[in-house]
Design a binder for this molecule. Structure first.
Ligand code: ZN
Ligand code: ZN
Length: 344
């Protein structure tokens, strides 16, 4: 048996479209020290491939992060495979809410150096010594209470368009930076109740372990992240303490939680929370742009990029969104804006 897919994408997609059965879309993760991630990875592939499971699964020395779809008729067989491994004991499985079962068309299991890149040496802290998990409703209750700090563990391009009331949103471009900034900011608040949150919870698992190692006494994290919070709030009919949009990594680049717009267009400054990537092939940076500015700048981030795009001078980068350097970027944009205002 081959341990990788050997069929081309088109055919796989065709097969998925023609399937006559239903699939469950699920996700789960756990930090757990694995001695031999490669063997574990191969074993999982041998278990799940014959069951027609699809998905994107990452395995590292520090655990597993999986998003996958399982044919309904193989569901019990799938659960049985989980019982073979200690890492899956009582693992919470999340079920997708809006589920058409078509999220994946093949099984991809990759070994990565880490589940969440933190830039730290392996073993520099115990990733399994995590903080207290809070349900969406408990998290909701603690926000705004005395001696409590709420910290957004996502990057700035995410928290800029949506975050919890009163949350600390560090201007970080990477998770590593985020850890550094948060530790510095909260240096003298190690006795407070710390409430961490991120999109789906996986980053906070790690952040909570890190902060505990740094001497924080009462570290808590939102279990299931903003996604789960939004679901619970809606179900209970409570007013959301998360304001604005939740950034998600799909074509929509975000879904509104409470309908408010809390960010501004990076070019003209008017209220806007639409992320876009610069239309210049040599740039592709992710930024916030309103429809008027999109028209004026031809979907580009600066006049320079407009020029490169029109003249084809921009050296093409691979087709992807460029994250990062948001601080530098926002600063340069406001400078450019000031320059242009001076000229006109
Ligand atoms: Zn604008
Ligand atoms: Zn650009």
């Amino acid at each position: 048996m081959h341990l990788y897919n050997r069929i081309n994408k088109e055919e796989l997609k065709q097969r998925l479209a023609e399937e006559t059965f239903e699939r469950k879309t699920i996700s789960f993760y756990r930090y757990f020290i694995l001695d031999d991630p490669q063997t574990f990875r191969d074993d999982l592939f041998r278990d799940w491939f014959p069951l027609d499971c699809f998905g994107r699964i990452y395995v590292a020395r520090e655990g597993i992060n999986a998003q996958m779809s399982v044919p309904e008729h193989n569901w019990n067989a799938f659960l049985e495979t989980l019982q073979k491994y200690e890492i899956f004991e009582n693992i919470p499985i999340k079920y997708a809410i809006e589920d058409d079962g078509k999220s994946f068309y093949k099984l991809t299991i990759k070994v990565r150096p880490k589940l969440v890149a933190d830039g730290l040496d392996e073993g520099s802290y115990d990733v399994t010594n995590v903080g207290t998990h809070l349900s969406g409703l408990d998290f909701h209750k603690y926000i705004g209470q005395e001696n409590t700090v709420v910290v957004d563990m996502r990057n700035y391009y995410e928290s800029e368009i949506g975050h919890f009331e009163g949350a600390i949103c560090p201007e970080a471009d990477t998770f590593r930076e985020e850890l550094e900034i948060v530790t510095d900011l909260l240096e003298n608040q190690k006795d407070k109740k710390v409430l961490l949150y991120c999109t789906g919870g996986i980053r906070c698992e790690k952040a909570s372990a890190y902060l505990k190692e740094q001497g924080f006494k009462d570290v808590n994290q939102l279990h299931g992240g903003i996604l789960e919070y939004a679901r619970q709030i809606k179900k209970e009919g409570l007013e959301s303490k998360f304001l604005g949009k939740n950034f998600v990594f799909d074509e929509r680049l975000g879904e509104s939680v409470n309908g408010q717009i809390i960010s501004r267009c990076h070019q003209c400054g008017k209220p806007c929370d639409t992320h876009t990537n610069c239309a210049n092939n040599g740039c592709h940076i992710l930024f916030i742009q309103c429809t008027e500015c999109a028209e004026q700048y031809h979907g580009c981030c600066t006049s320079e990029c407009v020029h490169e795009k029109e003249t084809g001078l921009g050296k093409p980068k691979e087709e992807r969104i460029v994250f990062g350097n948001s601080r530098k970027y926002r600063k340069s944009l406001s400078l450019i804006r000031a320059e242009e205002l001076k000229i006109s």
